[in-house]
Design a protein around this ligand. Structure first.
Ligand code: GLC
Length: 742
């Protein structure tokens, strides 16, 4: 008997076992459909699954309904009692995963193919740990900090079973009457593009299937911020060239950063509503940008095509929207009701249906929902308002605050025996959250009063008086406020907006604060003490009757749960304010629209000016003060002539000549004074924020790529670079460079 050394016997047995295991594996795999095989590629799983689906199952994937107590006042939808388990997506209104997991179980275990549901929610600036509104985030000019806050939001949303956020909102807005200016990153395409990419990367991470990563959604596609007269949901008039130059860039930046989805907009774009616009949704996003994901409608936006005068009825609306490239229908069920008939009638092709379904399935596979359809149910204490989360959001809050005025360096307050803390915002909590506060709670917010009490304990007495409410005409509280001001060495007057004065469906005819707040300022001013006005608001404000009476003005926006510590940190000097305005503050509402990157007029000097008010804004885009002084050196360039393929290095040295460390943001602008398509007088193309210790200096550099940074874009999105002179600008420095004729 031929004795086989034991090792070979083991190997043989192992080999045999492997062969039999492999065979068993193949058999097993043959038993398990390819789409359920996690080792297979996403694309092969998509193809396998779609090949197994009926038309009805495909159409159900194209629909989104709501699940849970819908508390969005603008969109109370019909509660769908019997939600089909085959539904593509649900907007989930819970802050734990119990209800969501139960619904997911129906989808995964009680339907023919077991396709998981994609759960989405408006996680706009925090899920439970609410941080500064996006407009405030932009004011920080610190996309890294914004990204850290978004990581907090993603992990909290993920822990509740939300795998998809309807954020970031990247609509360029230049009309502060429009309440949704609060939700975006301001008036400039470059600044908004940087924050768009940073938030997408933060939400999605490097691999969507990993824990605490959620899909992003760029919204509202496109041009919603141009809503006429700042009213919401109304038409917009946008030329193709302006679309490419102003409104598309933040979306392109987000798509390039890997954003999984976009959301179509309510607005009519010069006759073709955003939710039925084939040019924007298919030609641009799908064909030009090769987007891998899908586009979801905004709430009822498909059915609204009837109101907008485009569609005859819901069926027509479904046909127009779907064929334009809108893949998923949010809550109005137009697709669920009409797509099958439209396919039967040949008005919608199976190719288009499969394209949309592929995109949705692709994201579900990328998110790992087939492998991990359920969310671990953790206690709130292990996932919400964690110390490291609060530290991250406080850092963002304090860096977002903008010091607009500081006469005689009245701030920071030092060595005061007492201060009067006055105004409707002084002890307020809920309104500091701002709009779209997700699952945030008023009680989570540390008020300005509590923040200052903590910071000044044992050092400074705080004399509190509310003075008045946000609006109305009850001045009975003024006397108490004036008395507090009279007793104190300085006054901190906390004014601003209620959180529902901005956000969706929150347009205001004036950007001035209610008169009673201005009257309160006048009253306390008469006490003759230094007055520091602290403003909490979701838009640019008309400060013409406030700023002149204040010795200092601090814009804190709507900073979220860490409002108190962030404000106290700046008031006491723990933090040196470093925010810069992401939107222009007009002199009055009558100046709107007014923004820095406007085209030039044909008339100069005194012509083309208002007769009754100044024609310049109160505070410009990019403006903000510090507790220290920064001195700018001369602009240096590697060359003053260049060719299209060259690189030019621009640099400037900035010295902190004051006594406090401070962060400075160097903003690099370009201008092209003569172009075949006239350009804005200035265009932000690069910025860099650095800490410069007191007495030290830092070099800031801009590596100019002419085709990226100096080119312009035509009506169909093609970039071009023309020979001639260009200017590079920093502060008041302006340096000419010339593109030679090829
Ligand atoms: C709203 C908003 C949109 C939001 C959606 C779902 O109408 O326009 O920003 O994501 O509906 O709540």
């Amino acid at each position: 008997m031929y004795k086989t050394p034991i090792i070979f016997a083991c190997l043989a047995m192992f080999g045999a076992s492997v062969c039999s295991a492999d065979a068993a594996d193949r058999t097993r795999k043959q038993d398990v459909p390819l789409y359920k095989d996690a080792s297979a590629s996403v694309e092969s799983r998509v193809e396998d699954l779609i090949s197994r689906m009926t038309l009805e199952e495909k159409i159900l994937q194209l629909n989104q309904y709501t699940l849970g107590q819908n508390d969005n006042i603008n969109n109370i939808g019909e509660t769908v009692s019997q939600i089909p388990g085959e539904t593509g997506s649900l907007i989930y209104f819970g802050d734990n995963a119990v209800l969501r997991n139960a619904m997911q179980k129906r989808a995964v275990e009680q339907t023919r193919l077991g396709i998981p549901i994609l759960f989405g929610f408006d996680v706009i600036h925090g899920f439970r740990t609410v941080y500064p509104i996006p407009l405030a985030q932009a004011a920080s000019w610190n996309p890294e900090l914004a990204g850290q806050a978004c990581r907090v939001a993603a992990s909290e949303a993920y822990s509740a079973g939300v795998n998809w956020t309807f954020s970031p909102m990247v609509d360029i807005a230049r009309d502060a009457r429009w309440g949704r200016i609060a939700e975006g990153y301001g008036e400039d395409p470059h600044l908004a593009s940087v924050f768009s990419a940073a938030t997408v990367r933060a939400y999605q991470g490097d691999d969507l299937s990993q824990e605490n990563n959620i899909a992003a959604c760029l919204k509202h596609f496109v041009g919603y911020g141009a809503s006429e007269a700042g009213r919401d949901y109304v038409p917009t008039e946008i030329s193709r060239q302006t679309l490419w130059d102003t409104y598309l860039p933040p979306f392109e930046a987000g798509v390039k950063a890997g954003a999984a989805t976009l959301m179509s907009s309510f607005n009519n774009i010069s006759g073709t509503p955003g939710s039925a616009n084939h040019y924007t949704m298919t030609e641009v996003v799908k064909n030009r940008w090769n987007h891998y994901g899908f586009i979801v409608a905004d709430w009822n936006a498909v059915m609204q095509l009837v109101n907008q005068g485009l569609a005859r009825d819901g069926k027509d609306a479904a046909c127009l929207a779907f064929n334009a490239g809108l893949d998923m229908d949010m809550v109005d069920n137009c697709y669920g009701e009409h797509l099958a008939a439209l396919v039967d009638e040949g008005k919608v092709s199976m190719e288009r249906v499969d394209d949309a379904v592929r995109r949705i399935l692709r994201l579900k596979f990328m998110l790992g929902l087939f492998e991990k359809p359920y969310t671990e149910e953790l206690p709130d204490s292990e996932r919400f308002m964690l110390p490291e989360s609060l530290a991250a959001v406080e850092a963002l809050a304090q860096e977002s605050m903008v010091l607009l005025k500081n006469e005689g360096n009245v701030l920071p307050l030092e060595n005061k025996a007492s201060v009067a803390l006055v105004g409707p915002m002084a002890r307020n909590q809920g309104d500091l959250l701002g709009s779209w506060y997700g699952r945030g709670r008023d009680s989570d917010v540390i008020s300005i009063y509590d923040g200052l009490s903590g910071a000044l304990a044992g050092k400074t007495e705080i004399l509190y008086a509310k003075g008045c409410d946000f609006d109305g005409n009850d001045t009975t509280g003024f006397a108490e406020a004036v008395a507090a001001a009279s007793q104190a060495e300085a006054v901190l007057l906390c004014l601003g907006e209620k959180r529902n004065w901005s956000g969706e469906n929150a347009s205001r005819s004036t950007i001035a604060l209610p008169e009673i707040q201005e009257e309160l300022l006048k009253a306390v001013k008469r006490a003759g003490k230094p007055v520091v006005v602290i403003l909490s608001n979701g838009r640019s404000l008309d400060l013409t009757r406030i700023a002149p009476l204040a010795d200092a003005v601090l814009e804190i926006w709507q900073p979220g749960v860490m409002a108190g510590p962030a404000v106290a940190g700046i008031i006491t000097g723990k933090y040196n304010p470093s925010g810069r305005l992401p939107v222009t503050f007009p002199y009055t509402t009558g100046q709107i629209p007014i923004y820095y990157n406007h085209r030039a007029s044909g008339r100069t000097g005194s012509q083309g000016r208002y007769q009754d008010i100044p024609s310049t804004p109160m505070y410009e885009f990019g403006y903000g003060l510090s507790y220290t002084d920064f001195e700018y050196g001369e602009l240096e360039l590697s060359s003053d002539t260049f060719r299209a393929g060259d690189r030019i290095t621009a640099s400037i040295t900035v010295k902190n000549s004051g006594r406090r460390d401070g962060k400075e943001t160097v903003q690099w602008y370009i201008s092209d004074p003569a172009c075949s398509i006239t350009r804005p007088v200035r265009e932000l193309k690069h910025f860099e924020k650095k800490l410069i210790p007191a007495g030290e200096e830092a070099v800031f550099t801009f590596e100019i790529d002419p085709m990226r940074d100096l080119s312009f874009v035509d009506h169909d999105g093609k970039r071009f670079l023309e020979p001639g002179d260009y200017y590079i600008m920093v502060k008041d420095r302006k340096y000419k460079i010339t593109l030679a004729d090829e």
